[in-house]
Design a protein around this ligand. Structure first.
Ligand code: NDP
Length: 472
């Protein structure tokens, strides 16, 4: 193993305030609820006090969005595009600040926030800016829905914000967005970017708080469209709350993706893809390749190579540019990962982690691999949402398909093989919204993303992503 010299990214680029308010009608305002603390999960240090929006605050935000809808939806698409392009450029200009703040508040490695999250955020705004004046050619009409209520999770705070806000605004809607309780800071920095871009007041409103604030956004009678990303459990609650109303709904929920490696795959490449599939973002990824299906004949060789590779992963300070695995986002999430991993062991699977020193403070979990996993095991069925890989084997392509589809979810899958025909055959049979071939966790704003079954409904991204925000 190499000795790495520490390479910490400086925090100075972020002007962290001691407290943050809500962003309503283009102004920062106090919330009516009690404030809450957001912490750095790598150190447990309090980063800031954040306002809680009550249902009255949410009502003010929705009213502001409703008023702004008149102005925003009346603008020619080319004018709306100018604002979106401006936001995209400001995201690029302030990329370092956004990346550092995201890593501080979320715990993800700076390498990921800097090289994946923030560039994709800018790309998303650029992409949908391009659609704003071409909606007539997209095939879903040009009539926006009105006010969109959007609730997002903590795993990709800024990227999920971009997935929600960019298409909504491009289509002429206005938004009230609630970030996750544990990661509100980059959404509030984004609010500052909206001000800098001179976005008309009320077009984007950010209401912070816990689940109750989210529920108030979803239930507000003057919201026309609800977009949610998060757990299947909360997705169900939201679907119930919206049922019987005229609100349009899209849900991006959990997953338990199969990453399938055939005996003719390039092993070293597959190992990189497996690592990227489950250890990227500490495994806090809805489309993570959390079930490795490996063809029995190469199991030994592949697992040996994978274990060697896991031994080189560096876990630690998220702001260090050498870090591969950062902190788990919260104590609650860490408890869940521990509980499910312990269950894996007690149900009979074999647990392995490389030698890995965990920092004394903060929320950490080592990269973990389970072999001897049966389809009935909890770790093969439930979304762990952590750096934990369950390894299963198969003998024939048909068995791989059976096992891959044997899940209540259907968000993504990966196939590793040299044969193009086999890739197409598998892609045809896998019940998953996204199927990656010889790669994993590749995202692009032009490509639609979404699930089957309990992974939700509706698509985000690409041309398909416009449909959710237009009165088709
Ligand atoms: P949640 O689904 O609870 O959170 C997602 C968002 O919804 C958050 O902003 C949350 O607020 C908000 N919310 C919570 N309750 C309600 C409600 N009744 N009405 C409206 N909005 C609500 O996910 P958790 O953060 O609790 O994570 C739990 C598990 O969910 C994880 O362990 C993981 O397995 C899974 N998960 C899956 C994700 C995915 O993309 N597939 C993303 C995140 C989690 P608040 O943050 O304040 O709770």
């Amino acid at each position: 193993m190499f000795e790495y010299a520490p390479a910490p990214e400086s925090r100075d680029v972020v002007d962290l305030k001691s407290s943050y308010g809500l962003f309503i009608n283009g102004e920062f305002a106090d919330g009516s609820g009690p404030t809450f603390k957001t912490v750095n999960p790598a150190t447990e240090e309090t980063l800031a006090e954040v306002a809680t929006a009550t249902s009255d605050d949410v009502d003010r935000a929705v009213q502001a969005a409703r008023k702004a809808f008149g102005v925003w939806s009346a603008l020619p698409g080319a004018e709306r595009a100018k604002y979106l392009f401006r936001i995209a450029r400001l995201v690029q200009e302030r990329a370092r600040e956004l990346a550092v703040l995201e890593s501080l508040d979320n715990g993800k490695p700076i390498r990921e926030s800097r090289d994946v999250d923030v560039p994709l955020v800018a790309a998303h705004f650029f992409y949908y800016a391009g659609w704003a004046d071409k909606l007539a050619y997209a095939g879903f009409g040009t009539k926006p829905l009105g006010v969109a209520g959007q609730v997002i999770p903590w795993n990709f705070p800024l990227l999920m914000l971009a997935w929600k806000i960019a298409p909504a605004l491009a289509c002429g809607n206005t938004v009230v967005l609630k970030p996750a309780e544990t990661t509100p800071l980059t959404a509030l920095l984004f609010a500052d970017i909206c001000r800098q871009a001179d976005l008309p007041p009320g077009v984007v409103n950010i209401v912070t708080g816990a689940g109750e604030t989210g529920a108030a956004v979803v239930a507000h009678p003057d919201v026309n469209k609800v977009a949610f990303t998060g757990s299947t459990e909360v997705g169900r609650v939201i679907a119930r709350s919206v049922a019987g109303t005229s609100k349009k709904l899209t849900l991006e929920l959990g997953g338990k993706a199969a990453n399938i490696v055939f005996d003719d795959a390039a092993i070293d490449q597959a190992v990189e893809g497996i690592v990227n599939g489950i250890f990227f973002n500490q495994g806090h990824v809805c489309c993570a390749g959390s079930r490795l299906l490996v063809q029995e004949s190469i199991q030994e060789e592949l697992l040996a190579a994978l274990k060697r590779r896991l031994g080189t992963l560096r876990l630690g300070d998220p702001l260090d540019k050498n870090t591969d695995i950062g902190a788990v986002n919260s104590a609650e999430q860490l408890a869940k990962i521990r509980r499910l991993s312990d269950l894996g062991e007690s149900e009979g699977a074999e647990r392995w982690s490389p030698a890995c020193e965990l920092p004394g403070k903060g929320f950490w979990f080592p990269p973990t691999l389970f072999t001897g996993v049966a389809q009935s095991h909890s770790i093969a069925r439930e979304e762990i949402f952590g750096p934990v890989l369950s390894v299963l084997t198969f003998r024939t392509p048909a068995e791989a398909v059976e096992k891959a589809n044997n899940t209540p979810y259907g968000l993504s899958a990966g196939v590793w093989t040299e044969k193009g025909s086999r890739i197409l055959w598998m892609a045809d049979k896998l019940r998953a919204g996204v199927v990656w071939a010889n790669t994993f966790n590749k995202f692009d704003p032009t490509s639609p993303f979404g699930g089957y079954k309990e992974s939700g409904y509706g698509r985000e991204g690409g041309l398909a992503g416009l449909e959710a925000y237009l009165d088709v």
